[in-house]
Ligand binder design. Sequence first.
Ligand code: CTP
Length: 413
Amino acid sequence: MLKDKTVVLGITGSIAAYKIANLASMLVKQHADVHVIMTKNATNFIHPITFETLTGNKCLVETFDRNFEFQVEHVSLGERADVMLIAPASANVIAKLAHGIADDMLTTTALAMTAPILVSPAMNTHMYEKKITQENIEKLRDLDMRIIEPANGYLACGTTGVGKMPEPEVLLDAIYGEILRPKTLGGKKIVITAGPTQEAIDPVRYITNHSTGKMGYALARQARYMGADVTLVSGPTALEPPAGVTFVPVVSAKEMYQEVTARTAEDCDAVIMSAAVADYRPTRIAEEKIKKSGDAAVIELERTDDILASLGQQERVPRVNGKKTFLCGFSMETENMLENSKKKLAKKNLDMIVANNLKTAGAGFGVDTNVVTLISRDSDIENGGEEVRVEELPILSKEEVAYEILRRIAKNI
Ligand code: CTP
């Protein structure tokens, strides 16, 4: 994913420094050209040779190292890099960055950096919460640096609290987000649903479907990468919620209906319903476990509320910019995919529907790829009429399918 990308990692003196070895290794595996710069204090926690071995590049520590191949390494890296991540970032380095102090290789390179800078604060809770540190962090935000919020947890000083550097996977995700996608959804609010719903029969059993949530989680992650403010309303899945999204776990179709309705009532730019919401639920949930009796059993079912149709029916009040909330649905078919999906688009009053045929190889539940057809209302047609545009995408990873969907939505919101 990171072929031809140059990533600069700045490491400061914190116990979490050792975890960056793992991150450097992950980046190299994604074919990034990784350059590590350490403060002198950082070298007390992990030796530069570790990074030189992992990255194949010289690890920079001093500004005026006589062994440098390039005299002005800090400037050349600053121009060549696609992103710089400073992690762990100590309170001291954050203070220096906030005030333009450049007294070592790391801070000098940061000052010469033309690429985006990500900063992952890691320190003792009291240091993190100090007014001056918070002010400095705010200053970095003003200076367009992206702050990766520290996690809550057990800290090296023996206490538990906020200030922990997130795991390398989260940092890798932030790097992807910064360099992979254009920020065409910056400032947009998007609600995405994912996964199956579970409709209880009794305290032990429920009705559900094969959805794993992969498509919806990919949409949430990619929308985040594109700068959107994302709320992910998810049925039960085995997946880790993507970093940086507001995560709303639900179980039943009714809960999903309530959460989506509440979260789209205010200014919302787009809703993408990729969840496989149950169409029916048991009419009654038995309070006690149903005991078996006889050879057959009958469960009476009733319809659930159709979330998308209900959003489509609402008047769709224009938002601040005069545009209506963009509604995107998913349509899974095993036959007559195009015809049935076009009907759904019209019936539910949607702007776009993402259709796939479960019988196509590489599409559907559980797999990491999808083969979809995008059917959208094209209101840009010159003759003024609304027509339906049909676009078949090739087999792509779910992450790429998500990006293609969002790229098109971004043009319309
Ligand atoms: N959907 C919804 N609320 C429901 C059921 C479905 O919002 N109670 C959404 C899904 O998230 C999906 C789209 O509607 O975006 C799917 O439409 P639907 O008519 O349910 O499709 P199918 O279930 O495939 O239709 P059918 O049962 O008629 O085949």
